[in-house]
Design a protein around this ligand. Structure first.
Ligand code: ATP
Ligand code: MG
Length: 633
């Protein structure tokens, strides 16, 4: 920002937390309202924080209809599938038409305001149409990641109780069709709750069996409703727009319930101030619509601002590891949002691929979802010559809590830190036991004082008690939201995330963070990647076991001496208590498709327990080799 009179970060942030109602009322001007709100914030019932009650608005109107006047012919959605070779462009006018056809189809199947619609879909345009169609008519969508198998799907059907399920014949992964309908049918056999209808988008990838009259083919409804006019249903700002289940990294997934008005206001602000996205520009998020990043930054935020969004079906390495860069060049994408895990995958490929395409349109790369290790962050930044912006948030918050906002260039990104608090988040690091604020440089639980800003979870779907108990009861005398992550703040106000509070293990009375042990081990030159878990131990309570992937150069060396060297390194750095009892060598670590380490599953195997739901596991071999790796130590 060259304008020296423009407000600076410190001023904007201070205003957002000191005068939240004035700040958010101003931000709300960027959204169309059918009727103004009664109050900016209803503070009568903490920890609940209804934003803009009484205000009438509609997410689909704000994301689609209102752009028709000036951007009807601009691309709204660009669909790229390297799985099927299909690339399609939908202008705002075309998107408007498609969403109305889908909305009319859902209405024909009985969907009304407040009904839930479960969307179990691959990354195809109809998935986006279905989301927008739901919010258009006031229905509540619940997108379930297409990689989930029947058990996980059944649990979400049971919890969300959808009237209609929208699905497809199949997804595709690595060029192979993955039939969805049999998984859905199996889930419906397990679930007590039954939807009235299942709407199937037939991609022609595989055959599917149709159960009459429950199952309906979208192709048939699409023809019938081709010219449908479906007006937006104006809903209260506090009307739920969707339910999205958390990743389940730490246990039973929580149904995050999002509102309508606050979410629209917060996402619009985040796209402008945090990401620096402008109307007419192109945003490319490589996430999946099944995750929160997909909801907020594939679908809603880019469209709310009038940008073009890219919907990508494919992997980061097919047809080759330059596919992201090819898409950016071809569609002149301005901003990329991806995950550290995707960058680590690219790091294993030929670096020349990073320079094959013209990336002059690209301004910045945003990475989130897990800790961004310094080597990977620097590698991306240096290889591409573009700023890499780490940002920290949760399914619960819906948009970044910590970042270095693009609108305030005086806040420079720092390797190893996701940055500073974003507007509206009263972030405070607290002592684990009494909730007292910790000093600068000290480790504390990352917490946020009530109220959470607009756009964050309203409650846990159907379970206010779980919402209050899970997130707000850590410190009985304080009204604070716990993230269950550890953090540290430096003297300049930058935060570092030190892992999850339940990743703490207790070894002979010493409380150790597995993430700290992991960081220490990964700094050893022979180590490519590591996961540390706490395993029950009759003598010490728990013992740390490390699962290590060696770098290619170190793999050739003698395993025992590598293990000794790593143990000695931990001894020297963190002390003997932190030294893992076992160091097991593996060739890969089990992760979810969204790149999150499945420590819970590793730990279960170490303790001889059932690892539980593994349907999002990226690479089954990574888990299968664990017993052998343990046996070899
Ligand atoms: P569950 O809550 O069901 O166990 P989950 O926490 O893995 O699942 P998400 O909401 O997808 O589900 O992930 C949010 C978590 O991811 C954060 O609480 C944090 O632990 C981690 N995380 C996200 N972004 C970052 C980041 N930039 N740096 C470090 N950790 C991050
Ligand atoms: Mg979580």
């Amino acid at each position: 920002m060259s304008d020296s009179t423009a407000p600076r970060y410190a001023e904007v942030y201070r205003r957002s937390v000191e005068s939240p109602e004035a700040f958010w009322a101003e931000q709300a001007q960027w959204i169309d309202w059918r009727q103004p709100w009664r109050q900016v914030l209803d503070a009568s019932r903490p920890p609940f924080a209804p934003w803009f009650p009484g205000g009438l608005t509609n997410l689909c109107h704000n994301a689609v209809d209102r752009h028709l006047e000036h951007r009807a012919e601009q691309a709204a959605l660009i669909y790229v599938s390297t799985e099927t070779g299909i690339e399609t462009r939908f202008s705002y006018a075309q998107l408007h038409r498609e969403v109305q056809i889908m909305a009319a189809s859902l209405q024909a199947l009985g969907v009304e305001q407040g009904d839930r619609v479960l969307i179990y879909m691959p990354m195809i345009p109809e998935a986006v149409f279905a989301m927008l169609a739901c919010v258009r008519i006031g229905a509540v969508h619940s997108v379930v990641f297409g990689g989930f198998a029947s058990v996980s799907l059944a649990a979400r059907i049971e919890d969300a109780q959808p009237k209609v399920i929208v699905s497809a014949d199949a997804g595709s992964r690595g060029g192979k069709a993955v039939p969805y309908k049999p998984l859905l049918d199996a889930a419906l056999q397990q679930a007590q709750h039954q939807p009235q209808h299942v709407l199937i988008v037939d991609r022609g990838l595989v055959g599917w069996s149709r159960q009459q009259p429950r199952d309906v083919s979208y192709a048939e409804l699409r023809v019938r409703h081709a010219q449908a006019q479906v007006p937006c249903v104006w809903v209260d700002a506090t009307h739920p727009s969707y339910i999205l289940y958390t990743s389940g990294t730490t246990g039973k997934p929580k149904g995050v319930q999002r509102d309508t008005g606050g979410y629209a206001v917060a996402l619009h602000m985040s796209m402008r101030l945090i990401f620096g996205g402008k109307p007419g520009e192109t945003f490319f998020s490589t996430s999946d619509i099944g995750w929160v990043v997909g909801h907020s930054y594939i679908v809603y935020a880019p469209l709310l601002v009038g940008m073009t969004t890219i919907l990508y079906e494919g992997t980061p390495i097919r047809p080759d590891a330059a596919v992201f860069w090819r898409i950016i060049e071809q569609y002149r994408a301005n901003l990329l949002f991806s995950a550290p895990t995707a960058m680590r995958v690219l790091k294993r490929h030929d670096p020349a691929l990073l320079h094959r395409h013209d990336l002059s349109s690209l301004r910045a790369i945003f990475l989130a979802g897990e800790p961004l290790d310094e080597p990977t962050g620097s590698w991306v930044a240096q290889s591409l010559g573009k700023p890499v912006i780490d940002n920290y948030w949760q399914t619960e918050t819906g948009w970044p809590m910590l970042a270095t906002p693009q609108a305030f260039p005086e806040v420079a990104a720092r390797p190893g830190s996701p940055g500073v608090p974003m507007p509206g988040y009263k972030v405070c690091l607290r002592n684990e036991t009494d909730g007292a604020a910790v000093a600068v440089g000290e480790k504390g639980v990352l917490a946020v004082d009530w109220p959470l800003p607009p756009g964050c979870l309203q409650t846990v779907w159907g379970d206010d008690a779980r919402f209050q108990h899970t997130y707000w009861s850590t410190y009985p005398n304080l009204q604070v939201y716990s993230t269950f992550d550890w953090g540290r703040q430096d003297a300049d106000g930058y935060y570092t995330i030190l892992g999850r509070t339940d990743d703490v293990i207790n070894v002979a009375g010493h409380r150790l963070g597995t993430r700290e042990i992991e960081e220490c081990i990964s700094a050893h030159p022979a180590v490519a990647e590591v996961a540390v878990v706490g395993v029950q131990d009759a003598l010490k309570g728990q013992a740390a076991w490390a699962f290590v992937v060696l770098r290619p150069a170190a793999e050739a060396l003698d395993a025992a001496s590598q293990q000794d060297a790593i143990a000695a390194h931990v001894n020297a750095t963190l002390g003997a208590v932190a030294r893992p009892q076992r160091i097991c060598l593996v060739t890969a670590l089990p992760k979810t498709r969204s790149g999150k380490m499945l420590r819970r599953a590793i730990q279960a195997i170490c303790e001889g327990r059932d690892p539980g739901d593994l349907s999002t596991l990226e690479d089954p071999l990574a888990l299968q080799q664990i017993p052998d790796a343990i046996a070899r130590t």
